[in-house]
Ligand binder design. Structure first.
Ligand code: AMP
Ligand code: GLY
Length: 424
């Protein structure tokens, strides 16, 4: 079979890597891909938002199924466009993807279906939003409604911070139309976890739990990023808690959407805050997490091609999905300066030394070729991902591999998964 992966980050490298292990897969294409992905897939130069061109390509190459990595093509309707042409594609329609593309939609939906989440109010008027803030105690969380590449959420500790966030979104319009409305919600205190499931709209199969590290510096300091590292499993998600998450959050979400006439197919990601043992939804994503996908797929023992076909054919209940008992840790190597300004084009040295390192996979995120060398080409550059009998052994192995890799201005967190270790 032939498959196309949409996207070009670490998550898409992990998806292509897992697909490449299926004995049913003969050929993988990736649009646009990156230097690492090009070792296992043919990277194609089509704009991932040019759906007509992608459909022409898929028909011309007789591609059996397409797997979408990032949220933007989903929000813009790639699944709707492909399905109209009778093409198989893994992901939700743009209407279903509103769970991620509109925080107002997601919050109102959760309220309608009694899904636990922080109390909130929605505003389009700056003066009313400011007035509301004055009546609330701090900290609070202010979120732009639409997609803002992870930059539209502000956890504010004082009134000045709150007013500047509101001004940035509603007056200066730094997020454009994505900031037409804001959600102002209570700040939840607890431990975060990422919980993803595969679903065909009726059957739901949970993935292994994971935990992300959003802040750029050690000890969760500095600005939020797309994610500086992740590990799986997340010890905070016990078996009992997983059952509560399924019953109180995941089933009500998929079933609630269906009761509103929306069939959700693909991957649903719930970003959770676990407060005194109870899960609350911070956000929904309509796709796999990055970097959570890297450690989670390292632990998948099923065949991702079979799972993808089962999702699109609406027979996920027959799919065989097992998770390894091992633990996995991914440490992101980023360009110095990320998530703000950073330079690109630095040669990445040492990749050959870790090639073939047992239990380690180097997932590429922002990489490219220049003069036959692999160079940096983004904020997040590589995700060094290791698997082991425990979080500690996986983590030690990942950091050991990192010791061999270098590029100018390289930055990474030294405390990935320490919280899991400290739990014992
Ligand atoms: P989101 O994109 O909505 O997940 O928000 C990004 C990050 O902001 C989350 O991973 C949390 O660290 C933080 N956050 C979002 N909403 C809340 C909340 N209600 N209480 C506390 N922290 C939050
Ligand atoms: N790592 C968080 C996300 O993918 O949204």
């Amino acid at each position: 079979m032939k498959t196309l992966v949409i996207g070009g980050g670490g998550r898409e490298h992990a998806i292509a890597w897992k697909l490449s292990q299926s004995n049913k897969v003969d050929k993988i294409y990736c649009c646009p891909g990156n230097a690492g992905i090009s070792e296992i897939a043919e990277c194609i130069e089509i704009d991932p938002l040019n759906f007509d061109a992608l459909i022409d390509f898929v028909k011309y190459e007789w591609i059996d199924i397409t797997f979408v990595g990032p949220e933007l093509p989903l929000a813009k309707g790639i699944v709707d466009a492909f399905e109209k042409e009778g093409l198989k594609i893994v992901g939700p329609t743009s209407e279903a993807a509103r769970l991620e593309s509109s925080k107002v939609f997601a919050k109102d939906f959760m309220k309608r279906h009694k899904i636990p989440t922080a109390d909130y109010q929605v505003f389009t008027s700056l003066s009313l939003a400011e007035e509301h803030i004055r009546m609330k105690s701090l900290p609070l969380v202010i979120k732009a409604d639409g997609l803002a590449a992870g930059k539209g959420v502000f956890v504010v500790k004082d009134y000045d911070e709150a007013y500047s966030a509101l001004k940035l979104i509603l007056k200066d319009k730094v997020f454009g139309d994505a900031g037409k409305s804001v959600v102002i919600e209570d700040c939840l205190i607890g431990e975060e976890a990422s919980f993803m499931v595969f679903t065909d709209g009726t059957s739901i199969i949970p993935m292994a739990s994971s935990q992300d590290h959003k802040r750029v510096f050690d000890n969760d300091e500095g600005p939020n990023t797309g994610g500086m590292g992740a590990y799986s499993p997340a010890p905070v998600v016990t078996k009992d808690l997983q059952e509560i998450i399924m019953q109180d959050i995941v089933y009500p979400t998929i079933n609630g959407l269906r009761s509103e006439g929306i069939r959700y197919k693909g991957i649903l990601y719930a970003g959770l805050m676990i407060c005194d043992g109870s899960p609350f939804v911070l956000e929904f994503n309509c796709r796999m997490g990055d970097p959570e996908t890297q450690p989670v797929l390292m632990r998948l023992e099923g065949d991702l091609m079979d799972i993808s076909m089962a999702i699109t054919n609406e027979r996920l209940k027959d799919a065989e999905i097992r998770w390894s008992d091992k633990s996995s840790v991914c440490v992101v190597l980023a360009s110095g300066g990320y998530p703000d300004k950073y330079k690109k084009g630095f040669e990445i040295k040492g990749l050959d030394k870790v090639k073939g390192f047992k239990d380690v996979v180097i997932f590429h995120a922002g990489t490219d070729f220049k003069d036959d060398k692999i160079v940096t080409n983004g904020g997040r550059v590589l995700g060094i991902t290791a698997i082991g009998d425990s979080i500690k052994s996986a983590r030690d192995r990942a950091y050991e591999a990192i010791g061999h890799i270098h590029f100018e201005d390289m930055h990474f967190r030294k405390d990935i998964a320490s919280r899991a270790l400290n739990r014992g």
